[in-house]
Design a protein around this ligand. Structure first.
Ligand SMILES: *Cc1c(COP(=O)(O)O)cnc(C)c1O
Length: 401
């Protein structure tokens, strides 16, 4: 979108503001489904936790996607967005048996990643088919917080414990209908992915009633110029070939699944903030915006780089700035960035603000969460109101002293 239209939207809806362009979401979805065209049965389950506004979920339903959920609340959100429970997969980690039972009762596909839970669930509900989250022990992922497939990881059932799974399946009479892995976000090289594919398909071959194979996600998108992104087209060609060959030996049709979050929504999002003050110190020029890690935590939490532009003064000379927030802790969005000259009240635009941005906001410092706007068919829709002081008071019961 043009700077002018972005500025207009800030004028209309206020700052700070999250903005999502649905055209980009739709084209990313198409890119992914096109890449895997050779596979007859493909299903994309959007990972709700990346961006969970109900309108985004409804958009994915319209596009033909299912959803991947990690909490019972996300399951309920998906049902409210109109998803058939059959198109919802529940992939929790470290949750109670009770929560899994609740999700199963709602009719969603259960994905279990713990032998003890598998055994208890199978004993109580042998009639409910479950998918198994396997840990292929492949080291991948952009940083330690999002690398979840290695040997020391808390996720998945180890590929060295397949016999245990088979014993439980037999003893309880339950049915394992899917095999899943999710090795982490930001996978750079597709060879790691293909190695994990071999491992996963080998696991599938050990079970008789598999209906789908879920390869999770980990597709990387570019955050700055020169960034490597996952080569989806090449992965599509190679993985589809492997998968189609495997189906022939397995003897039954299988569904190929993915559950991306970041790939589908990251680039659709922009975060727009207003500059409160400029501050010059002996070493640095700071631009402080009307936001902080309460609204946009990725730079501080994951060290992630988000491109920042001054859309109010784009043609001015570049200067060096550290862009910071208003939180009473260090909350640097970007240090030593070359940005066209920033003045008070200018609007700064942060790129790649679709995934893991709004969904990780908080009320820290008792600040309001930002508004969310979705642009669909050239029209802007306010899809979440900016919070008010009532939201800060809500739920707090006062004790009379
Ligand atoms: C977070 C998560 C995803 C999505 O990961 P992205 O890197 O956003 O694509 C998929 N599957 C599971 C199980 C997850 O926890």
């Amino acid at each position: 979108m043009q700077n002018k239209s972005l500025l207009k939207l800030v004028e209309k809806h206020g700052s700070p503001l999250y903005l999502y362009n649905t055209e980009i979401i739709a084209s990313q979805y198409k890119k992914l489904t096109d890449a895997f065209k050779p596979v007859k049965n493909l299903k994309i389950n959007y990972a709700v936790k990346a961006l969970s506004n109900i309108n985004i979920l409804k958009l994915f339903r319209k596009l033909g996607a299912g959803i991947d959920t990690v909490s019972i609340q996300e399951v309920l959100l998906g049902l409210k967005a109109g998803f058939d429970p059959k198109n919802i997969i529940f992939t929790p980690n470290g949750v109670s048996l009770e929560e899994i039972e609740k999700a199963a009762k709602l009719g969603v596909q259960i994905n279990i990643d713990n032998l003890y839970i598998l055994e208890q669930f199978g004993q109580k509900h042998p009639e409910t088919p479950v998918c198994i989250r396997v840990n292929p022990h492949i080291m991948a992922g952009g940083n330690s917080k999002i690398s979840v497939g290695h040997i020391g990881s808390k996720f998945g059932i180890s590929i060295y414990q397949i016999d245990h799974i088979k014993n439980i399946e037999k003893a309880t009479g339950m049915r394992i209908n899917g095999i899943h892995m999710h090795t982490g976000s930001d996978i750079l090289d597709i060879d790691a992915f293909l190695r994990a594919t071999d491992i996963l398909l080998d696991v599938v071959s050990k079970f008789e009633n598999i209906e789908f194979v879920d390869f999770g996600s980990g597709f990387k998108v570019p955050y700055k110029e020169g960034d490597i992104s996952t080569d989806i087209e090449s992965l599509g060609v190679k993985l589809s070939k492997k998968f189609n060959e495997f189906i022939k030996t397995y003897g039954k049709p299988l569904i190929l699944m993915f559950e991306p979050g970041k790939f589908l929504v990251s680039e659709s999002g922009k975060f727009l903030t207003k500059v409160n003050v400029i501050k010059q110190t002996p070493s640095t020029v700071f631009a402080a915006v009307d936001s902080g890690f309460n609204h946009f935590i990725r730079p501080m939490f994951y060290n992630s780089h988000h491109h920042i532009t001054n859309i109010s003064n784009p043609k001015a000379k570049n200067k060096f700035y550290s862009v910071v927030g208003y939180i009473c802790e260090t909350d640097t969005f970007g240090s030593n960035r070359q940005i066209s000259e920033i003045r008070e009240d200018d609007i700064l635009c942060f790129d790649n603000a679709g995934a893991y941005c709004f969904s990780m906001t908080s009320n820290y410092n008792s600040r309001f969460r930002p508004a969310e706007v979705m642009v669909y068919n050239g029209k802007d829709f306010l899809i979440r109101k900016r919070e008010t002081i009532e939201d800060i008071f809500r739920g707090q019961d006062e004790v009379e002293f």
